[in-house]
Design a protein around this ligand. Structure first.
Ligand SMILES: C[S@@+](CC[C@H](N)C(=O)[O-])C[C@H]1O[C@@H](n2cnc3c(N)ncnc32)[C@H](O)[C@@H]1O
Length: 471
């Protein structure tokens, strides 16, 4: 946010916020936000900076990011109270705390997160019973009938301050993926070469036309988004690297970002891919077991160390997107990189729909911060900015797959994942490839028909053979 803002990169939530600042006011707000961000990069534990930046971000039309800033300010104020002794400093801290609650409630109002607003208004009123604003807001919220726990917000794949390297995939990331495709299933001793390769796809253009036609927010997008062509061109697909025959195995893709609901009921399931594991390998550090050396290595090298032995009982079972984010955050913390620079994240398409999506303050902001805290990361650092976490969640939801697992027509569990190579396959209703997760998070792609070298290999994202699957 301290860098120059590319005003064409995205549009703010003008459909949730009813006013627009004048161009002059907007420029002044952006300059002030940039200054706040520079200070926060040097001193990330200053509560009033988070609060003022949050206030400015609401005025600029980014209530989701503002809510994250205000929430961080409340956490810092509570922490400070544990060690402050001087009455004047305590009073000043309490003033900041009340302002932070006000910014948070303001942001939640614009996100239409009435349920979350009620929860935090009660908390503010309990902490500061004499504050008339909280009393009045609480009365209003309690009278108001809350229909849903979710608010709405436009999904933003990026923000005006997003660094250029996070807008489009970089050549070295694509090169890495190409090498992985080349090595997949290849076995030189048997003269076996890889069946798939990565290439640009013309689907990008048709998708761009479709998005433009479909978007309800076209006017807002056109006004604020003069040039997204570079991002729209950044679209890839998987092509046949040789002639393949119907039934041939095309890809075997393991992942570290996976989850299976219902796996807990089985005695031995692999802690990485959730496959039933009759002959388990023991982790040694805890009671986790693995189905193979591949899964053991993936888990220990990529994410297990930061989550081993941690209390995870506060995470809801069965919430797939939450668990995919959990694995993804563990992976970036263990690698100690900016989340959007991790090779598994940086390869995922940044394109996503701009239509408003349900938004929950707890799920989208509070829980990701708690996950980072569980892994021992300092979430006040710039690489864990709310805009980065929101972008990460958007990347996961654009690229994840989900699939029911059946035994004798009984649905026994549900698997989901974000897989490093499989995520490059495009959809077709007349797909020439078929994907299967074989009761785990490891994806297998096979040819449904003979495919000539150079043809695009597509899969059906949804409803195959009447079963529920999605990606
Ligand atoms: C999982 S990614 C597929 C790979 C992606 N094309 C890439 O460059 O990484 C899903 C995204 O690809 C694009 N896509 C997939 N199938 C498509 C199709 N049949 N037509 C247009 N766009 C498609 C959409 O933008 C979708 O959000």
């Amino acid at each position: 946010m301290a860098t120059a803002w590319e005003s064409g990169a995205t549009h703010p939530d003008w459909h949730t916020i009813k006013w627009k600042p004048s161009a002059e006011k907007r420029d002044a707000l952006i300059t002030a936000v940039q200054a706040d961000t520079s200070v926060l990069a040097r001193s990330p534990h200053v509560a009033h900076r988070w609060q003022t930046r949050g206030n400015r971000l609401v005025a600029l039309g980014y209530p989701d990011i503002a809510a994250g800033d205000a929430y961080k300010a409340t956490l810092l104020c509570v922490k400070s109270l544990e060690y402050l002794t001087s009455p004047s400093l305590i009073r000043r801290n309490q003033d900041t705390h009340q302002l932070a609650y006000r910014t948070l409630l303001h942001a939640l109002k614009h996100l239409h997160c009435d349920h979350d607003a009620l929860v935090y208004c009660r908390e503010a009123q309990n902490a500061y019973p004499r504050n008339r604003v909280f009393k009045k807001s609480l009365k209003h919220l309690e009278r108001h009938k809350i229909k849903t726990e979710l608010g709405f917000v436009a999904r933003k794949p990026f923000f005006p301050w997003t660094a250029p390297q996070h807008l489009c995939r970089q050549p070295q990331i694509l090169e890495l993926a190409r090498e992985e495709f080349e090595a997949n299933l290849a076995d030189e001793s048997r003269g076996f070469t890889a069946a798939c390769e990565l290439s640009k796809t013309p689907l990008a253009r048709s998708a761009a036309r479709g998005e433009k036609r479909k978007s309800r927010f076209r006017d807002a997008e056109d006004a604020e988004t003069p040039d997204l062509s570079k991002i729209r061109e950044d679209s890839y697909g998987v092509y046949a690297a040789k002639d393949v025959q119907a039934g041939e195995l095309l890809l075997l893709d393991h992942t570290v970002i996976g989850y299976a609901s219902g796996a807990e009921e089985t005695i031995n399931h692999c802690a990485n891919c959730y496959a039933d594991t009759p002959h388990p390998l023991y982790a040694g550090c805890c009671d986790a077991v693995f189905c193979s050396g591949t899964c053991e290595n993936l888990s220990l090298n990529e994410y297990h160390k930061v989550m081993c032995g941690k209390d995870l009982s506060w995470l809801r079972k069965g919430d797939h997107l939450q668990w995919l984010l959990f694995r993804c955050l563990a992976m970036v913390v263990q690698a100690d990189v900016h989340p959007l620079d991790h090779p598994l994240v940086a390869r995922l398409t940044a394109r996503s729909s701009a239509r408003p999506e349900p938004f929950s303050f707890i799920e989208c902001i509070v829980k990701p911060l708690r996950m980072l805290d569980t892994f021992g990361a300092d979430f006040f650092q710039p690489q864990y900015d709310t805009s980065v976490l929101v972008t990460l969640q958007t990347r996961i939801s654009t690229n994840y797959w989900n699939c029911g697992v059946y035994k004798r027509n009984q649905r026994i569990r549900e698997c989901s994942g974000v897989n490093p190579l499989y995520s490059f396959f495009n959809h077709s209703c007349q797909a020439n490839g078929e994907w299967n997760s074989n009761n785990s998070t490891t994806i297998v792609v096979t040819a449904l028909e003979d495919i000539k070298k150079g043809e695009e290999i597509t899969i059906a994202y949804v409803a195959v053979h009447g079963r529920d699957r999605k990606r």
